[in-house]
Design a protein around this ligand. Structure first.
Ligand code: SF4
Length: 360
C-alpha cells in the first residue's frame, strides 16, 4: 500500500467528527483553521461555534464592529488574528465579491493567510491538489521519511512541500490533508508516540533507527549524522545477491547488496561476528576475496562511510535465497542502484577502491 492509502485508511478508522470537517464551506473552514492554530480542538470547538453563530457570513464579519469581534475572540489570545480576520473579511468584500478566492495562489493574497491556511482552505473546500503543512505534518513526514532538514529553513519548507506533493492523493487532496493532520495530532504525537500500534511502524525511518525523539529537527541548524555501511558483494558462481531498499530511509526502492550497518567503523574480524553476518551465511563456508577502502559518501544530512566486502560462497543459505534476488553479476547495472554502488561496480577491481594482494 502507498503512503496515501495507509494514512487515509487510518483516518477512516480514527477520524474525529468535527463540524468543520463535514463542510466544504470555505468561510467555516477558514475560521476553524485560524482558531485551531492557537488552541486545542476541545477548547476551539466552543469558540468556533460561537464565532460562526455571531458572524454567519463573511459579510456579517466585515460589517461587524471590531469590538464585537474582539469580544467573541476574548480568551483565545493572539488578538492580532481576530483583527486580521476582520480586515480580511473587508478585503474579501471589496475585492472578491464576498467569497474567498478559489485558488491557493490567490488565497495567499488575503491578509493573515499563510501557506498552511491557504493550503487547508484550497484543498478542503475546493479540492485543489496542494499541501496543508503544519507542525503535525512536519513531524509525521520527518519521522516516516527521515527528513533531517529543519522546517524553519527555506530549504526545509521547500523539501517538505515537494515531498507532500509527491505523496498527496490527487483524487482526494482534502481527505489526504485532513488525514495527515489528524494522524500527527492523534497518533504521531510529539512525545512518546505509541509506535507499536502505528501503521507505518514497518517503514518509519525514525522508529526503525531509534530517532523518534530526535525528529523533527528544530531550529535553523541542519543536523548531519555519520553512518557506517558494510556491503557484502557475494559471489556465487557467476551470480550475486541484491535486495530492494524499503521506504523510510535513503535510496528508497533502489537495489543494493546485502547490507550490514554498524554503529562505528568495523573491521572484518569484528564484522563476521555480527549477528547480521551470521544470519546471512549461517554455517556455510565463506571465502573473503577482497575488501574495499572505506569510501566517504556525502548526502545532504548524512555522511556515509561505505565499505564493500567481496565474499565467495559455494552454496547460498536459505536466508539468502529467501530474502534476496539472485542475479547475474553482469546484469547488476540493469537495476537501479545508488551512486556509491554504481561507482564501485564501474571501478572494481581497480586499485582505486580495493586493496589488491590482500589475502584472508
Ligand atoms: S512509527 Fe512512531 S514515529 Fe513513526 S510515524 Fe508511527 S507513531 Fe510516528
Amino acid at each position: 500500500m502507498e503512503f496515501k492509502d495507509i494514512i487515509i485508511k487510518w483516518y477512516n478508522e480514527n477520524r474525529r467528527d468535527l463540524p468543520w470537517r463535514n463542510t466544504d464551506d470555505s468561510y467555516h473552514i477558514w475560521i476553524s483553521e485560524v482558531i485551531l492554530q492557537q488552541t486545542r480542538v476541545a477548547q476551539g470547538l466552543d469558540y468556533y461555534l460561537r464565532f460562526i453563530d455571531t458572524f454567519p457570513s463573511i459579510k456579517d464579519l466585515a460589517e461587524a464592529n471590531i469590538d464585537k469581534v474582539m469580544k467573541v475572540w476574548q480568551g483565545l489570545g493572539y488578538y492580532s488574528r481576530a483583527r486580521n480576520l476582520h480586515s480580511a473579511a473587508q478585503q474579501i468584500m471589496a475585492n472578491y465579491n464576498g467569497v474567498l478566492p478559489h485558488s491557493y495562489k490567490e488565497l495567499l493574497k488575503i491578509k493573515g493567510l499563510g501557506p498552511y491556511s491557504a493550503g487547508a482552505i484550497a484543498s478542503f473546500a475546493y479540492k485543489e491538489v496542494v499541501p496543508a503543512i503544519d507542525g503535525n505534518v512536519y513531524r509525521v513526514l520527518s519521522r516516516v521519511y527521515g527528513v533531517f532538514t529543519s522546517q524553519e529553513t527555506s530549504a526545509g519548507k521547500k523539501e517538505f512541500f515537494e515531498l507532500t506533493m509527491e505523496l498527496i492523493d490527487k483524487n482526494q487532496p482534502n481527505v489526504f490533508n485532513q488525514a495527515l493532520l489528524d494522524f500527527g495530532a492523534m497518533q504521531c504525537v510529539p512525545r512518546s508516540p505509541n509506535c507499536s500500534v502505528c501503521p507505518f511502524s514497518d517503514i518509519c525511518y525514525a522508529y526503525r533507527n531509534n530517532l523518534v525523539n530526535q525528529l523533527p529537527i528544530k531550529g535553523k541548524k541542519i543536523a548531519t549524522r555519520d553512518r557506517f555501511l558494510n556491503y557484502v558483494m557475494i559471489r556465487y558462481k557467476d551470480t550475486t545477491f541484491i535486495q530492494r531498499r524499503v521506504a523510510g530511509d535513503i535510496w528508497t526502492s533502489l537495489y543494493e547488496f546485502p547490507l550490514i550497518e554498524t554503529k562505528s567503523p568495523t573491521e572484518i574480524e569484528a564484522l563476521i561476528k555480527e549477528a547480521a553476518w551470521k544470519e546471512l551465511f549461517g554455517k556455510e563456508k565463506v571465502k573473503i576475496l577482497n575488501i574495499s577502502q572505506t569510501i566517504k559518501h556525502q548526502l545532504s544530512h548524512q555522511t556515509l562511510f561505505v565499505k564493500f566486502i567481496i565474499a565467495e560462497i559455494s552454496k547460498p543459505t536459505y536466508y539468502l535465497n529467501l530474502n534476496f534476488l539472485n542475479v547475474s553479476i553482469s546484469n547488476i547495472q540493469e537495476y537501479s542502484i545508488p551512486k556509491v554502488i554504481d561507482n564501485i561496480l564501474a571501478a572494481e577491481p581497480t586499485e582505486k577502491y580495493f586493496l589488491r594482494n590482500h589475502s584472508y
